[in-house]
Write a protein that binds this ligand. Structure first.
Ligand code: HEM
Length: 204
């Protein structure tokens, strides 16, 4: 008989899917704004700009809630890759993703309530949520309120570094999402991790 544990409280699941929907909206409108082509727009420019602003502000608010809820609930601790042997555990995990999984070898990591993430998940979620997301959101806010940007930086327009940071971090999050959805299929069955993120229960 399969054993199951209640892993993800409702607030994490609600945060997660709202966050995913907002990121998808921001990705589609962001692509429309970046590759703006009046003849063949993905989303018409002024609509894309409006939706990108509203979605961006909503994501800032949601991110603030995420940080506060993580501190209050203690869930932030899940994201901290715990030494000793973090790198070795990352390597074991990476080897399984690159080879073992295709040979039907058993999953090298057993999920528990105390440690939900394997070492690679902990590091990548930490980098995305606490290093890349804040830079993406802050650079987006400076774009919305450009008075906060320096007039000139290294002899260039002060908004240029903001634009580059926003583009690069946005692209990194989209790339993360694509890899993340693929890795989401590597649970006990192809759909089991998605089900956990919906109903909160993890099946060993
Ligand atoms: C359609 C898009 C997405 C799908 C289908 C998806 C799917 C999943 C699944 C199945 C899990 C549970 C597995 C696990 O705990 O590792 C998960 C967790 C997680 N996802 Fe996503 N995800 C999506 C988008 C995103 C985006 C855009 C972000 C961040 C920018 C994100 C950040 C996270 C984080 C931080 C967790 C761990 C949450 C926790 O347990 O504290 N996801 N996702």
């Amino acid at each position: 008989m399969s054993e199951r544990i209640y892993l993800l409280p409702l607030w994490i699941r609600l945060w997660h899917w709202t966050n995913a929907l907002l990121i998808i909206l921001l990705m589609i409108t962001g692509i429309s704004l970046h590759f703006a082509d009046p003849k063949l727009p993905l989303v018409e420019f002024s609509l894309a700009a409006r939706l990108h602003q509203i979605g961006g502000l909503a994501l800032v608010a949601l991110y603030a809630l995420f940080v506060v809820a993580n501190i209050v609930s203690g869930n932030w601790w899940q994201y901290v890759p715990k030494p000793p042997g973090v790198l070795a555990r990352c390597w074991v995990q990476a080897k399984w993703y690159m080879g073992g999984i295709f040979r039907g070898e058993p999953h090298p990591y057993r999920v528990s309530e105390e440690a939900n993430f394997n070492a690679l998940q902990a590091i990548s979620y930490w980098v995305i949520m606490y290093m890349i997301m804040p830079v993406m959101l802050l650079s987006g806010l400076v774009f919305l309120f450009p008075d906060f940007a320096p007039d000139r930086l290294f002899g260039l327009d002060g908004l240029l570094p903001v634009a580059i940071l926003h583009y690069v971090t946005g692209a990194a999050i989209v790339l993360f999402m694509i890899i993340h959805v693929y890795l989401g299929t590597t649970g006990a069955t192809v759909t089991s991790m998605f089900k956990t993120m919906i109903n909160g229960w993890h099946e060993h």
